[in-house]
Design a protein around this ligand. Sequence first.
Ligand code: NDP
Ligand code: MG
Ligand code: MG
Length: 340
Amino acid sequence: MAKVLYNKDINNEVLRDKKIAIVGYGSQGHAHAMNLRDSGFDVIIGLRPGKSQQKAEADGFEVYSVAEATAQADVVMVLLPDELQPQVYQESIKDNLQEGNALAFAHGFNIHFTQIVPPSNVDVFLSAPKGPGHLVRRTFEEGAGVPSLYGVKQDYTGSAADVALAYCYGIGAARAGVLETSFQEETETDLFGEQAVLCGGATALVKAGFETLTDAGYQPEIAYFECLHELKLIVDLLYEGGLENMRYSISDTAQWGDFVSGPRIVDDGTKERMKDILSEIQTGKFAKDWISENQTGRPQFNAINRRENQHQIEVVGRELRALMPFVNKPINDESEKGET
Ligand code: NDP
Ligand code: MG
Ligand code: MG
């Protein structure tokens, strides 16, 4: 079993005399910055002029350019979109790091796939909450936290792990539990989870179920409720108490159907394809393709995104959610945006 650390296991003094720059003030950035400040740490923000800058200032932070914030700070946490990090690092961070500083990330992609190669005289660590930023903030305000992973890539000072753990303490993660990992493990499992299960697997399953029902002539509204809307209730039960808890709550008919039909949907063939996906992540093929997709202006990403937004399940879903104000949350609020 992995070793789980909590507040009582962590000496947060190592971070008390340090200045922390949070670069980016989006989903993760605003949550890390506010939680660290509420935990009594010295936090400044690094941003370009714009919406996030105004928000960070309104929240009472000192906001500087990325270059200036990096120059002032001892610990620089990079919370920019992953695909923009290499360029901002080259232009504004690299030359402003000082010997013995720490460079930190909430996802290992750019370090693991060597899109960012830090100088050897700094610490490099990971503090990766396993939840979206708004949850990192909300649970902190409620006195709890979102569990996080931490890992050290480079330990120049000899105290990189202590600083990483103190950082996890500061964002409230150690109230819920902190697990050690490596940049490699965090990156590969995060990419696999979102592709095979959480995002790719789930949306493909939902759409296939919806299409099967509507192709057979059932009403799209009914298919939407069965295949998408109700998924939340099931996932909540899984989250609270695992498979057993979910199966305890559903009817015996549903549980029997689960046992006999589930393995016909996700079978050995599915698992073989999951292994292919995992191996493309491990060899770096997925990363290489995604980086080149970004470098060419995202032609496929944008085309697929447009097509997906026009799928019948989206059209009927928008209509139905408009009738259910309790579920109709804004999707454009950056701070509410979830990612894995
Ligand atoms: P967001 O897209 O929510 O926020 C990005 C922030 O970066 C915004 O404040 C944006 O400001 C700023 N920004 C963008 N470009 C620049 C630039 N050129 N110079 C300065 N600031 C810039 O990112 P996330 O919080 O989703 O992701 C941050 C990191 O956290 C990523 O590594 C991600 O993998 C990781 N992560 C994210 C999770 C999540 O729940 N979202 C979960 C766990 C990890 P502006 O308003 O100016 O555009
Ligand atoms: Mg039912
Ligand atoms: Mg991810």
